[in-house]
Design a protein around this ligand. Structure first.
Ligand code: C2O
Ligand code: CU
Length: 408
């Protein structure tokens, strides 16, 4: 069975102006507890929506008021944050768009939420495979049916010769999409934040990541294809619909954003994070709730197969206690055979490649790391509270890939 927000899949598009209050009442009509996380929004900790960490889960039949003012313009989203691996896979997600004062003028501003569903032979949501240990120890719950805004390969009608802003959001549990555009487009933002303008035609989008593109459509059809598997799969298309009239947006030259200044790295607090586990991994034992256990027992008795610094993640252990205002560098080593999409709640971070020393041109909230890679996530701990750092491959998180950073 699908679970949805307001009966819609994706949930309703929330669109606000920067500085405007978002007020959302969660009315839980599900048969189990839930909560809502506002992914990528730098908000006060009590509104972050993480069950068992920032709020008690909202029980069936109960309500909860979310109130916050998004400080940054961009493409964000919301999703369940209780038993997320199952609630999100059933459809509990939707877009949250924050418009700034100087958005580029476009003919169409289109939100595209891409999901990857696992259907059984009857074409229904494959519920029998929820929680399968094999998925949890491998690449997560990968699907066999792709949807865009809840539909299979939809055509989105546009005016001829129009300028379109595409806001792509990966809402899949674990699938890293590789998308190919019919023609090159301009990358405008990643994870909500402006990037220097670059031309892109093919790119990866990991779970929870977003990319904003500006597309000047010159033909009648602009297709987007998913090519992460051997079989290219049509994702969606923009299609000129003459009844919509003609394009009006001036195709003004876009400009790069003002560069942001980096915090002082010399005095930053360094936090090593060694990721281990999963199939074909090197994790022999790890501590679960303070008790050291061999990996076989962790897997078979607790369905835990991943660890950070030898600790199976829970909501109690802390990776670090940071002072408010301190700069932190999380030095991540993905010492596993699997890719992971590392997401930090409450902050946007720069990514530094320790090998080349190169630092990302913009900040992100979710960073994809392939097996064996190292990366440094740099952020200023300017928001107090308990913030989750976890892999957004939801089965990995459930099986141990998460930890908590305290800022006070
Ligand atoms: Cu998209 Cu812990 O979140
Ligand atoms: Cu992972």
């Amino acid at each position: 069975m699908l679970w949805t927000y307001n009966g819609a899949l994706p949930g309703p598009e929330l669109r606000v102006k920067q500085g405007e209050m978002v007020q959302a009442e969660l009315i839980n009509a599900l048969p189990e507890p839930t909560s809502i996380h506002w992914h990528g929004i730098r908000l006060s900790n009590g509104m972050d929506g993480v069950s068992m960490l920032t709020q008690p889960p909202v029980a069936a039949g109960e309500r909860f008021q979310y109130l916050f003012v998004p400080p940054d313009a961009g493409t964000y989203w919301y999703h369940s944050h209780a038993k997320t691996w199952q609630q999100m896979a059933r459809g509990l997600y939707g877009p949250l768009i924050v418009e700034g004062p100087d958005e580029p003028s476009v003919d169409h501003d289109v939100v595209v939420m891409i999901d990857d569903w696992r259907l059984n032979e009857a074409g229904q949501l494959d519920e029998a495979s929820f929680g399968r240990l094999h998925d949890w120890a491998h690449g997560g719950r990968l699907g066999n049916w792709l949807t865009v805004n809840g539909e299979s390969n939809p055509s989105i009608g546009i005016k001829g010769q129009s300028r379109v802003r595409l806001r792509l959001i990966n809402a899949a549990n674990a699938r890293i999409f590789r998308l190919q555009l019919a023609n090159p487009a301009t990358q405008y933002a990643l994870d909500g934040f402006r990037t220097p303008l670059v031309t892109v035609q093919e790119f990866e989008l990991a779970p929870a990541q977003r990319i904003d593109l500006i597309v000047d459509v010159t033909s009648d059809l602009f297709t987007v294809t998913e090519i992460s598997t051997d079989e290219p799969y049509p994702a969606f298309a923009l299609k000129v619909d003459a009844t919509l009239g003609v394009a009006e947006a001036a195709k003004a030259t876009l400009s790069d954003p003002e560069p942001e200044s980096l915090p002082d790295l010399a005095t930053a607090r360094r936090i090593p994070l060694h990721m281990q586990g999963g199939a074909m991994g090197n994790l022999a034992e790890a501590s679960l709730d303070g008790v050291m256990r061999p990996i076989r027992e962790l897997a078979q008795s607790y369905q835990k197969v991943w660890a950070f610094n030898g600790v199976v993640g829970n909501m109690k252990d802390r990776l670090a206690d940071l002072k408010l205002g301190e700069t932190a560098i999380i030095e991540i080593w993905n010492d596993t055979q699997w890719p992971h999409a590392m997401h930090l709640h409450g902050f946007h971070f720069w990514v530094r490649d320790p090998e080349s020393g190169k630092i990302s041109a913009s900040r992100r909230d979710t960073h994809l790391m392939h097996g064996g890679e190292r990366a440094e996530l740099i952020f200023v701990a300017d928001n107090p509270g308990l913030w989750l750092l976890h892999c957004h491959m939801l089965e990995h998180h459930a099986a141990g890939m998460g930890t908590v950073i305290q800022v006070s």
